[in-house]
Ligand binder design. Structure first.
Ligand SMILES: Nc1ncnc2c1ncn2[C@@H]1O[C@H](COP(=O)(O)OP(=O)(O)OP(=O)(O)O)[C@@H](O)[C@H]1O
Ligand SMILES: [Mg+2]
Length: 469
């Protein structure tokens, strides 16, 4: 919730007495208030995005108030405007209203008139913000904010999973180890109508075939030697919810047949029981193996494969979406800093270059582990090349074909990589920060933990304005 002390006011008027008078009255209300005497100064200050409200004199010596209004409008600032004018020209008022001003004060005005106009404007602003915050919560709920990734391949998956999540369709997640299959499975469940019901994950590779059967379906007392009491299986626990069958390629043909029956008949039989129990379960399965070829080799039941493969989703390995590498690196950097209480600001350009080039055979899990290790080890605010080479053997060796022949070629390659890849990523990073803060630069800088001046400098460097499109 936005507080009064976060609602900064700027007064732009060439008459110093007006500035002092207003400043005093508004400071008494608790609003941090500043003033400028020229249009140019006022406009520059407003474009910094620091203010929530401006009291603008329409008749300034150096600039026309209407021009200022047009410019702040074009910058799409999250700013409320109250116009002050010595003469109430109707034509001006109408044009100014079109430019979205909130209110009008015609000079001379009393402190009371000023305060009630400002209070009303600020209340309106707080209401708008609260409303926006609620809307954002709703969208993040529908969004997949736990999954970091903006590569088009991942965005396409978001689209697919948002569509399939709400259905009861069986989903088969394919992907190398560490690509996030379980994370996706949990998100599908979280976006389904079963979200309030259990999500139960079973790793099909950790049990022997007979143990797995009782783990899945449960058993009755005396069903086998160690069955000293009735036991409910995960089918029971997951009833009305989602059952995630992980590493499904490891299922024995025998269990596959039993699962097939459970899928088709919506019922299962605990080991040793004489009667079936019904199950209302949504299934999500995951594998890093090629089930189709296992079917061809006779190691996986074809009928069961088709039962699972209703809605296949393949999560691409990290090396096929390198743009996401810096995003993930910074995501985990922040996460582990929070966890450890350390202050690490960034990766040096050299280290970032190396991390982007690496092939990440263990995908996101491997990347997460590397960042965690680096954060634990580092004593500096910048994770740089020497730390990386000391604590990350796997990535130190660059891929053979990319080794430049000369020093010039090496420099060129570095420049190229930085400009092409990092430039875009950096731009996207600042753009997103701005978007998340509704174009408010102060807020955006604060959110990412940067000084506002540095943030503005980076925006300028990457050609961004406060109103990203
Ligand atoms: N896109 C992502 N954004 C954020 N975290 C991710 C992402 N992908 C994976 N992770 C994290 O990486 C780790 C590995 O992910 P997960 O366990 O879902 O992978 P997996 O595909 O199931 O791996 P395996 O096949 O080895 O079981 C988890 O901690 C997960 O939260
Ligand atoms: Mg997994």
């Amino acid at each position: 919730m936005m507080e009064i002390e976060d609602q900064h006011i700027l007064i732009v008027d060439d008459e110093p007495s007006i500035c002092t008078g207003c400043t005093m009255a508004l400071s008494d209300l608790g609003y941090p208030t500043e003033s400028c005497n020229t249009g140019k100064e006022g406009l520059d200050a407003l474009l910094s995005g620091r203010y929530q409200l401006v009291l603008l004199d329409m008749k300034l010596p150096d600039m026309d108030g209407m021009d200022i209004l047009e410019k702040i409008n074009a910058a799409k600032l999250d700013l409320c405007v109250i116009v002050m004018t010595g003469y109430a020209s109707v034509k001006n008022a109408v044009t100014a209203m079109k430019l979205g001003i909130f209110d009008y004060l015609s000079k001379p005005f009393t402190d009371d008139e000023l305060c009630s106009a400002v209070n009303l404007a600020m209340e309106n602003m707080r209401f708008k913000h609260a409303h926006l915050a609620i809307r954002r919560q709703q969208t993040t709920r529908r969004d997949f904010s736990n999954i970091i990734g903006e590569d088009p391949k991942i965005l396409k998956l978001f689209d697919e999973i948002s569509k399939v999540a709400v259905t009861d369709t069986t989903v088969l997640l394919n992907g190398e180890s560490g690509t996030g299959k379980e994370l996706f499975a949990r998100e599908i469940h979280a976006h389904s109508k079963r979200a309030d019901r259990p999500f139960v994950a079973v790793d099909c590779s950790t049990f022997s075939s007979s143990l797995l059967e009782s783990e899945l379906f449960g058993h009755t007392k005396g069903a086998f030697t160690r069955a000293v009491a009735d036991k409910e299986g995960v089918f029971h626990t997951a009833n009305h919810g989602t059952l995630f069958l992980d590493e499904v390629a490891n299922l024995s043909l025998d269990i596959q047949a039993k699962l097939l029956r459970a899928f088709e008949m919506h019922e299962f039989k605990p080991v040793g029981a004489s009667r079936c129990e019904t199950a209302d379960i949504r299934f999500i399965a995951a594998t890093n193996r090629d089930l189709k070829s296992m079917v061809e080799e006779g190691r996986f039941r074809e009928d069961f494969f088709y039962r699972l493969n209703v809605f296949p989703i393949t999560i691409p390995p990290l090396r096929h979406r390198r743009d996401d590498i810096p995003r993930l690196l910074y995501h985990f950097l922040k996460k582990f800093c929070r966890q450890t209480g350390k202050h690490v600001d960034r990766f040096s350009d050299e280290s970032l270059e190396m991390l982007i080039k690496y092939d990440w055979p263990g995908n996101v899990r491997e990347l997460k582990n590397v960042v965690q290790r680096l954060i634990i080890i580092t004593d500096t605010r910048v994770l740089d090349y020497p730390q990386l080479t000391d604590h990350w053997e796997a990535g130190v060796k660059p891929p053979e074909e990319d080794i430049p022949e000369t020093l010039e070629a090496l420099k060129a390659a570095k420049q190229n990589l930085l400009e092409n890849q990092f430039g875009e990523i950096e731009k996207a990073f600042f753009k997103k920060a701005l978007l998340d803060a509704d174009g408010n630069i102060t807020q955006a800088a604060r959110n990412v933990g940067m000084q506002q001046s540095n943030f503005s400098a980076m925006m300028k460097k990457r050609g961004l304005t406060a109103a990203p499109d």
